[in-house]
Write a protein that binds this ligand. Sequence first.
Ligand code: ASP
Ligand code: MG
Length: 407
Amino acid sequence: MALIVQKYGGTSVGSTDRIKNVAKRVAKARAEGHDVVVVVSAMSGETNRLVALAHEMQEFPDPRELDVILATGEQVTIGLLAMALKNIGVEARSYTGWQVAVKTDSAHTKARIDHIDDENIRADLKQGKVVIVAGFQGVTADGDISTLGRGGSDTSAVALAAALKADECQIYTDVDGVYTTDPRVVPEARRMSTISFEEMLELASLGSKVLQIRSVEFAGKYKVRLRVLSSLQDGGEGTLITFEEDENMEKAAVQGIAFDKNQARINVRGVPDKPGIAYQILGTVADANIEVDMIIQNVGDEGTTDFSFTVPRGDYKPTLELINGLKESLGATEIDGDDGVCKVSIVGLGMRSHAGVAAKMFRTLAEEGINIQMISTSEIKVSVLLDEKYMELATRVLHKAFELDKA
Ligand code: ASP
Ligand code: MG
């Protein structure tokens, strides 16, 4: 008998019929003798609908009130799932975030979990009940409802699994595991039976949407055994995120490819090549709470330098305005940019011991006539910034070149 946390995403609870299916799956785990805690998302489309409603009322919705609205989505699903379980004879009890309580900081719409009280849940489990918890939400020290950022139910589930010291946290979604890349772009993409925690963390931060990045960070911190599975098919072992490197296995240099269109590039040209320029540019952007991703600085002609960086596409216009405001004090000759770019990244632990991985990536792109605008690397990834029209082509040719279609 094990303690299992199961999380079901929006598509998995997208209709009352699907919720009935989830109930059957939960009942099965219960019948096998496991203690089960279920975390659910809002029904698919619901959170978007709530966000849109808030925007009809205010251009920049008040964050505290926005959280009051957003948290209703998950509250509906927990009630429906509890009913579905009762209908098939399984004792169950639903909890909102504040009822648990999932205690968070007060950063509305992107709160972080500080602590989870587990007494209520443990007491119910002891009585043989299935506990159903609303994902994505918590409560601040002031007693206000908070939410954890889009996709935050994954983090709720992993945090609960950590707090309860669960044997496994199972993330049920509309795909049957983590793939070498998005199979909608590359039909030959393969499901991986395991992936290392570090690779998963990179893929999540580079645009793979399978898991919210914070949930992966949480799993790493508390060593939560995490598995991604399909809720739409029976059987299947999904993908297990592992913490040990498998010594016996010769790791391929590249395990997965991620891509992301949420990118924009800003260029600051002809600034004097002197100390403090990077700080002046990036400090200003950071003060505006805008996240900078890739950065390059080139020495240009005669004591000047060109400086380029990327930001999320939604922050393109405000960033351009900010930097234009600095143009004179920077002494820049030109400020421009492009919000039609994308980032394509190859990820693999094996890169540490394989030489020439980046060169192979660049050659593959060159052979297709794809121009690389920026490059950034870490020990286990190489990312390139491209014109967005090349995103799918680049992903396909790289998938083939690194033989990710072959097991
Ligand atoms: N319902 C929230 C969202 O759509 C949280 C989640 O599904 O994980 O972002
Ligand atoms: Mg999700």
